[in-house]
Design a protein. Structure first.
Length: 290
């Protein structure tokens, strides 16, 4: 299945080398299979696939301090991914890594464990979300890059896509360093996930820097949903119809072709404001949504 998808993707690229079809992927609660599939059925044009998570930045796969890798307790990754995959959707797993495991090199030494878990679950790939809040050094950056390089090398042998989260702070802001790894995609969190930051000069410049470092085909710009009523989400990303339209238009002009949507209600689903789907549908369908 993964080999077939990869082959079709390569043929698509050969046929339209200069552009990439616009896509939208959703970071969702991996356990909420029925709700996730219903969202796809209701809004098929803006759901290319899912990244299964257990929380907003909490993965379904975790690498512990000693470098060992396991599916998070309470999750059955293979079962949670089976129906979306059967529908022809992509399904990636969000993976977290302990900082000590990165700095000691233990995670890199055992990186094949994560690949084995993903391969056994038949999923599309892994999105690594590692956001350490201390030790912003080049040595730490290089240690993390070493882990990602190991995942990519092992993942290639199993036709697994390996991706990472990037941001405008800490060690994950070193875009040029991570670009050298040639990962399958790079997803932004700050400063694009929140409306005010995303539409600021800082947000615009960050998106431009992502395109410059990774190219449009591998740049996935992350945004966060807003729900109705607004109080239902623990994280308020502050989007309105106008601010989302503005950001999508600006991003299109910069060359963005892929959006990753983080559900703000990932712990307990509530209705997403309809304008979100409307604006994303318009963005996918045309170059300018105004």
């Amino acid at each position: 299945m993964r080999l077939l998808i990869a082959t079709m993707a390569m043929l698509t690229l050969v046929g339209c080398e200069g552009s990439d079809p616009k896509t939208v992927r959703w970071i969702v609660n991996s356990k909420n299979t029925d709700e996730n599939i219903q969202m796809w059925k209701n809004h098929e044009g803006v759901v290319k696939g899912f990244v299964g998570a257990s929380g907003l930045t909490s993965g379904v796969i975790n690498v512990s301090k000693n470098g060992s890798t396991a599916v998070v307790e309470g999750h059955n990754l293979k079962n949670e991914a089976a129906i979306p995959l059967a529908k022809g959707l992509e399904y990636h797993a969000l993976l977290n890594v302990d900082q000590e495991a990165i700095q000691s090199g233990a995670a890199a030494k055992q990186c094949s464990e994560a690949i084995e878990l993903a391969d056994n679950a038949n999923i599309t790939g892994l999105l690594v979300d590692y956001e350490p809040t201390t030790n912003f050094t080049m040595k730490h950056t290089e240690a993390y890059a070493g882990y990602l390089r190991c995942l990519k090398t092992a993942g290639n042998k199993k036709n697994l896509q390996i991706s990472m989260v990037v941001s405008d702070w800490g060690i994950i802001q070193s875009l040029d360093t991570y670009a050298e790894l040639n990962l399958d995609s790079y997803t932004s969190t700050s400063p694009t996930r929140q409306a005010a930051q995303a539409n600021s000069d800082i947000g615009t410049k960050f998106v431009e820097n992502m395109i410059a470092a990774f190219g449009a085909k591998r740049t996935f710009v992350g945004i966060g949903t807003v729900d109705t009523p607004r109080a239902s989400c623990s994280k308020n990303y502050g989007w309105s119809k106008d601010s989302l339209e503005k950001f999508l238009n600006t991003s299109s002009k910069a060359g963005v072709a892929h959006i990753d949507v983080f559900r703000c209600d990932i712990q307990k689903y509530s209705p997403i404001d309809p304008f979100f789907f409307n604006d994303l549908s318009a963005w996918v369908a045309q170059s300018d949504i105004n």
